[in-house]
Design a protein around this ligand. Structure first.
Ligand code: SF4
Length: 272
């Protein structure tokens, strides 16, 4: 029996949702090559002139950012407390983002002995944001709420955690920070790590993970297990990469994988 128009429409929507889900999985795994065999070309109706490019990049990332090398910029002071570093960040004009920033996010949390340091990429500020409090967030309004739930789930109090970003300037959606901005800002993070002296570090998202570990592997290969961060003055701190809350808001199907990562983190924390 022939399907009615409405049923066909629903089938197409389901099919497209499945395709989107598969592509998201590929994106997480940094799968960028799709074999353009004769069958696929025939299915897609591709002519000789329109052959699918051999390399179809589905994870747009600036070339420089792919192989982030860290070249710390020396600041006025070599060290300082978290509060002193935050005060320096608020006045910083060390890179081109200074003139474009909408706020500054040195980080928040701590107050007691810091057990965990969480690191994201930068704060994207919505274009027409008019509400107050954006400068009190680190990852974003919804993202910070999700993060608070994640930390509560692994039994960490807010004062045991310090949350910050690789890039301290919050910028509008049209601005894509580059590797040079990570390099310029990185010494603040190094000093924060030394000041906070956390037991563990958790990087959230690909940008923070690659910058901290100086590796170019996809997040899917690095997440969920501990690596070693080698800091200034010979500091060594176990580091676990996982997904960024912003990514989880857009891809809720990845929450389960993130929960597994958080359990690895909790196990290590409770063993200390
Ligand atoms: Fe300074 Fe970092 Fe902002 Fe650049 S991104 S201006 S280095 S605080």
């Amino acid at each position: 029996m022939r399907k009615k128009g409405r049923e066909m429409e629903e089938d197409v929507i389901r099919f497209l949702q499945d395709v989107r889900s598969v592509l998201r999985c590929h994106q997480v795994g940094s799968i960028v090559d799709y074999p353009a065999g004769a069958e696929l070309e025939s299915f897609l109706g591709v002519s000789e002139r329109e052959k699918i490019p051999v390399r179809e990049q589905i994870v747009p990332l600036p070339e420089k950012q792919k192989t982030t090398r860290v070249a710390p910029v020396r600041k006025k002071s070599d060290q300082g407390s978290l509060a002193e570093i935050a005060a320096e960040v608020k006045l910083c004009k060390s890179c081109g983002l200074a003139g474009q920033r909408k706020c500054v996010t040195p980080g928040k949390g701590g107050g007691g002995s810091i057990r965990l340091l969480l690191i994201g990429h930068w704060l994207p500020v919505p274009e027409h944001f008019t509400g107050g409090g954006i400068d009190k967030t680190v990852f974003g309004l919804q993202e910070d709420q999700m993060l608070a739930r994640m930390l509560a789930a692994i039994h960490l109090a807010p004062e045991e955690v310090f949350v910050t970003n690789i890039i301290k300037c919050g910028v509008g959606p049209g601005i894509q920070p580059q590797a040079e901005h990570i390099d310029a800002c990185f010494s603040y993070l190094q000093r924060q790590i030394k000041a906070a002296a956390p037991e563990l570090i958790c990087t959230m998202g690909m940008v923070a993970t690659r910058a901290m570990l100086r590796l170019s592997q996809p997040l899917s290969r690095l997440r969920g297990r501990f690596h070693m961060y080698n800091g200034i003055d010979g500091m060594e701190i176990p580091l676990l990469p996982t997904f960024h809350p912003n990514y989880l808001l857009q891809n809720p199907e990845m929450k389960k994988a993130t929960w597994l990562d958080l359990q690895v983190l909790e196990k290590r924390i409770s063993a200390k």
